[in-house]
Design a protein around this ligand. Structure first.
Ligand code: MG
Ligand code: MG
Length: 262
């Protein structure tokens, strides 16, 4: 069941979202060759705890509970990579996904970053992934149904020769990180059947995963890390977005888009 949020509730979700924004400010400042993914994860955990926020990813149930506050997925890893001793190297790309619950409300955002200088393929993939997310949010201004947005998003990704991952989807978000509806980044007969209307009060985590090659993925032996089936790179970009009567509002804005006063 989809629960619509009031203006007041969306404002509270924005506070949670802004803490996730701060987490990404910290993440972006730490990413460089030589840093370990575990060091970045620890810094984000400290930030959330300093603000009395609950990290949403740690302990997520699975064959083994997810052990960290961020998912960190490097190069051919799509999502759900586990931070640890891995040292980032010049030329890597890394998707960092994190979320927290603040005063009972959730925020969730992922971003993909270049580590130093990356090759032309990765650079282009980063650009297309980011553009795909913002295109979807822009399209929410005009669309009545999510499928219209998802169709444009998928077509945009395909127009660059890339693929949109289908096995993992976005989600409604509110008091819980994962609420209804499921938010696919592609369209087919099944997604049309589960389509939903973009009404004020709807809050979604929109999170396209864009693969350079095939859309197919597989899960590693650690039970979490998702890799591309062909070993080519992948990027992941996610914002928590509220539909309002004035259109879509990003609740996890990028730190470099915030005015100093905020
Ligand atoms: Mg996320
Ligand atoms: Mg999410």
């Amino acid at each position: 069941m989809i629960t619509l949020k009031s203006r007041r509730e969306i404002e509270r979700m924005r506070q949670a979202g802004l803490l996730v924004t701060e987490a990404h400010r910290l993440i972006a400042s730490m990413i460089r060759p030589g840093v370990t993914t575990g060091e970045i994860d620890q810094a984000v955990e400290n930030l959330f705890l300093e603000h009395d926020a609950i990290p949403l990813f740690k302990g997520v149930p699975g064959p083994v509970p997810f052990p960290a506050v961020c998912c960190m997925s490097v190069n051919d890893e799509v999502v759900h990579g586990i931070p640890g001793d891995r040292v980032l190297e010049e030329g890597d790309i890394i998707a960092v996904d994190t979320g927290c619950k603040l005063n009972g409300w959730c925020g969730d955002s992922a971003w993909s970053y270049a580590v130093g200088e990356v090759d032309a393929e990765k650079k282009k993939l980063l650009e297309v992934g980011e553009d795909a997310l913002y295109l979807a949010i822009e399209e929410m201004k005009y669309a009545r149904w999510w499928s219209e947005v998802a169709g444009k998003l998928e077509a945009f990704i395909h127009s660059h020769g890339y693929s949109s991952v289908e096995e993992f989807v976005g989600h409604g978000i509110g008091r819980e990180m994962h609420e209804d509806p499921q938010v696919p980044h592609y369209v087919d007969d099944e997604t049309y059947e589960k389509d939903f209307e973009l009404k004020p009060g709807l809050v979604l985590a929109i999170e396209p995963m864009v693969n350079a090659g095939t859309k197919d993925v597989h899960v590693a032996e650690d039970h979490w890390t998702v890799h591309t089936a062909d070993g080519r790179p992948s990027v992941h970009f996610e914002h928590t977005v509220a539909m309002t009567s004035d259109g879509p509002v990003i609740l996890t804005p990028r730190f470099d888009t915030l005015k100093e006063a905020e």
